[in-house]
Design a protein around this ligand. Structure first.
Ligand code: ADP
Ligand code: TRP
Length: 323
């Protein structure tokens, strides 16, 4: 059985890009019978950016509720909050720090991309890749499905693990990143990659009215309503096509070619499709957000399992380093 592990930061409510690009494919992977999934909420990593406890807690619940609403099965997999194993994972990160060369960290995108000047870089952001390495090798993960942007972190994880293994003998499993090229890049309302940082996201868990407003803000060109429109360069169409079936897509192409069919109609169709497609997930998400005790209950079970796994690896590390 292969152990797949991934973490998702709690920097906001997961948007449509996160859902289609990471959460749904992750859940699919976890359902394959020869896999055991360790999925967690990387809320300690989020502290490098978010300094409001209330915000952090809310984001953590929203991230957990999204995984659960989309059907992640916590009875056959391990689902936990990184901070629930803080004692173990931060301890392991310290050991790994001592095997991580300074120049490796000083080349990391994680802090270079997030700050314009070095004085804005906190030490947590600088050592972010080491905590991530502890997240992975602390659980003997075989495969780590992540976005292409995380490839450098995975390479660093392998380097850190190899350097420890070289000095102390086989200790850590060397993980392999899975960068699924088939996973789509979901465009945002402005046509760039959908991202929290660009404020161009669609939050499917908003109320109908707020969700509709977000969708109506999708940028389109100024082709008049009485002229046919080009679906290929249209953002609203691109998003629609990611969710619709073939018949619906063909019909939408015909609509675009039909004078009198406007972008407002296309956006309304996208709104209707999102509501229909994610009907149960939206209800379930809101139920969970109203009942965070249920989220805590499920995460507490995962925390116990995660703790057992990482404690065993930490024990080996302490043993080998002479503690
Ligand atoms: P954001 O850019 O909004 O901060 P993150 O970097 O936190 O998103 O990404 C969390 C996960 O969601 C990653 O696995 C990432 O690859 C995936 N993801 C983020 N944005 C998109 C997108 N627009 N399309 C597809 N996948 C995405
Ligand atoms: N750095 C990852 C991201 O921003 C989140 C993360 C933290 C992670 N620890 C991890 C992903 C371990 C995979 C494995 O997307």
């Amino acid at each position: 059985m292969a152990r797949i592990l991934t973490g998702i930061q709690s920097t906001g409510t997961p948007h449509l890009g996160n859902i289609l690009g990471a959460i749904i494919p992750g859940i699919e992977l976890s359902k394959q019978s020869d896999n055991e999934a360790f999925f967690f909420i990387a809320d300690l990593h989020s502290l490098t950016q978010i300094k409001s406890g209330e915000q952090l807690r809310k984001n953590t619940y929203a991230t957990a509720a999204t995984w659960l609403a989309f059907g992640f099965d916590t009875s056959t997999n391990v689902f936990y909050r990184q901070s629930d194993v803080a004692a173990e994972v931060c301890q392991l990160a310290w050991f790994l720090n001592c095997y991580t060369p300074f120049p490796m960290l000083s080349n990391a995108h994680s802090f270079k991309d997030k700050s314009k000047k070095l004085s804005d870089v906190n030490a947590g952001l600088f050592t972010y890749p080491v905590l991530m390495a502890a997240d992975i090798i602390g659980y003997d993960a075989d495969f780590v499905p992540v976005g292409k942007d995380q490839q450098q972190h995975l390479e660093m994880t392998k380097d850190i693990a190899s350097s420890f293994n070289y000095i102390h003998g086989e200790t850590f499993v060397l993980p392999q990143g899975i960068y699924d090229k088939r996973v789509m890049i979901v465009p945002g309302t402005d046509g760039q990659k959908m991202s929290k940082s660009y404020n161009n996201f669609i939050d499917i868990f908003l109320s109908d009215k707020a969700l509709r407003n977000q969708i109506m803000k999708i940028e389109t060109d100024s082709t008049p309503i009485e002229e046919p429109k080009n679906f290929e360069s249209c953002n609203a169409f691109a998003l629609y096509a990611l969710l619709a079936d073939e018949g619906q897509i063909d019909k939408m192409k015909t609509n675009y070619a039909t004078p009198g069919y406007g972008y407002g109609h296309a956006k309304q169709a996208l709104f209707d499709l999102i509501c229909e497609k994610f009907k149960t997930e939206r209800v379930r998400f809101n139920e969970l957000m109203e009942n965070t005790d249920e989220i805590d209950r499920q995460l507490a079970i995962g925390a116990e399992q995660a703790k057992a796994a990482i404690s065993s690896v930490l024990g080996k590390v302490k043993n080998k380093t002479g503690y």
